[in-house]
Design a protein around this ligand. Structure first.
Ligand code: GAP
Length: 443
């Protein structure tokens, strides 16, 4: 039996409903680049807002920054990315296809034969993933800049700025959301792995001997976050990195994995980066990045526990996890069971018919709700079709204005997941929706 959610179904729904389009489609598309449409950008923004609130507002001692994408090139020498941020590239001598050696099927890795045409593969060579460009009119070695491959370094180089201008005390965190770029050898699975993507990273600065404690703390916090945002617990698991998997900067790393239609894969990394980054930047910049602990009068380089999540990858998680099919009035229904906290539209508002003043009444009710929720007004087509369109777009609540509304000032409130309907007083709608969102449980 075909699984409920497949990548083909998802890609087609995303295009149909205005979530995600192929980049530069009218020119034939750019491989692995994607544009977020009207619903897609709302979903992405709402996930970003959810994460930001969770990591800053709901945690003591975490502040945010927004650093530039282009940074001094020495940053990337200090961080180790110029020397080490590479993947093993192999090329087929026959069809010229390129692969990451560590992602080849085992038999091809051993036989050194191309999985596409069976011809010989070249020996692996290190391929640096950073995009390089030049700043200013001259294209020489002095003008090289990189597009950042992780947002984290923008936080490390601002460590002193933040500690000098705020009242944070160790342990404390600095959070950031922004674009990152990697010249990936193979990009695939829709928006899962792309060359341009967005990260949501938080660097937690701690006393060196407290790394085990804070690592476990963040591991727990981050899994709770995914459940809070509506991801089903059965689809989540941890993956602890073996010694051969660890990134060059990490002493310990645990990934959060999600079960995508193409298998279990990473959505976030929790890393113990020790004092590696601050030590490197101290050495390369010549600036003192130590922290003076007012309590103990000790001076030390803080250790860092990093939580590094992909925002664009989380959009894919939200969509994969929400996609469902069931039946409504004897017909197949496609429904996105997005958590109401991140759904692009919270409330659809529909007059049963356009005539007899119902459209005007519905508009007035919709305008009243706009201040509180993202709304969508729709008066075209049969009411069942309008419900179905919003179910597919992931809108959790629908309000229908009918003739009874004129008599007793009530509307029907319809629930996307169960398709149940209840009558609610217009004046109580906003509070009722708030309470529904707060107590939402996926059915
Ligand atoms: N600062 C640490 C760091 O960047 P990472 O494991 O390389 O760690 C963290 O990346 C997260 O960024 C990943 O778990 C993933 O969600 C996202 N990510 C990394 N490369 C990506 C790509 N090419 N496309 C989309 N998301 C990516």
């Amino acid at each position: 039996m075909e699984p409920v959610v497949t990548m083909d179904k998802l890609v087609s729904l995303c295009k149909r409903r205005g979530y995600i389009y192929q980049s530069s489609e009218i020119y034939g598309g750019l491989s692995s680049a994607w544009d977020y449409g009207p619903l897609g950008v709302e979903l992405k923004n709402r996930i970003a807002q959810f994460w930001w609130k969770e990591m800053t507002q709901l945690h003591d001692n975490i502040v945010g920054i927004d650093a530039a994408i282009m940074m001094h090139p020495r940053v990337w020498e200090a961080s180790g990315h110029v020397a080490n941020f590479s993947d093993p590239l192999v090329e087929c001598k026959g069809c010229k296809m390129r692969f990451r050696e560590d992602q080849l099927p085992e038999e091809n890795r051993i036989s050194k034969k191309c999985p596409n045409c069976g011809k010989d593969l070249t020996e692996p060579r290190k391929f640096n993933l950073m995009f390089k460009t030049h700043i200013g009119p001259l294209e020489d070695a002095a003008s090289i800049v990189y597009l950042r491959p992780e947002t984290a370094q923008g936080i490390y180089v601002n460590f002193k700025n933040v500690t000098n201008t705020t009242r944070v005390k160790i342990p404390f965190g600095i959070a950031q959301i922004g674009k990152a770029f990697r010249n990936e050898i193979t990009t695939k699975n829709f928006i899962f792995r792309t060359c341009e993507f967005e990260q949501m990273e938080m660097q937690y600065f701690i006393r060196p001997n407290e790394d085990a404690k804070w690592f476990d703390y963040w591991k727990n916090e981050r899994i709770k976050y995914y459940e809070k945002i509506g991801v089903r617990a059965a689809k989540l698991q941890f993956h602890e990195h073996g010694k051969d998997e660890l990134a060059f900067y990490a002493r310990r790393a645990v990934d959060v994995y999600y079960e995508f239609p193409f298998g279990w894969n990473e959505i976030e990394g929790i890393h113990n980066r020790t004092d590696y980054d601050l030590q490197q930047h101290t050495e390369y910049s010549g600036k003192d990045l130590t922290w003076l602990d007012e309590e103990t009068k000790e001076r030390f380089l803080p250790f860092i526990i990093e939580t590094s999540a992909g925002l664009t990858r989380q959009v894919l998680v939200a969509l994969c996890d929400a996609y469902d099919e069931d039946e409504a009035q004897g017909e197949k229904r496609v429904v996105l069971r997005l958590h109401p906290s991140i759904a692009p539209v919270t409330v659809g508002v529909f007059p049963l018919v356009k005539k007899d003043g119902l459209a005007e009444l519905a508009r007035t009710i919709e305008l009243g709700l706009r201040e509180d929720y993202p709304t969508f007004y729709d008066e075209s087509g049969a009411i069942g079709r309008r419900y179905r369109r919003q179910d597919e777009a992931g809108t959790p609540y629908g309000i229908t204005i009918d003739y009874q509304t004129k008599e007793d000032d009530t509307v029907t409130l319809r629930f996307r997941d169960s398709m149940e309907q209840v009558r609610v007083k217009v004046g109580e709608l906003s509070a009722r929706i708030r309470s529904e969102i707060k107590n939402y449980k996926r059915s």
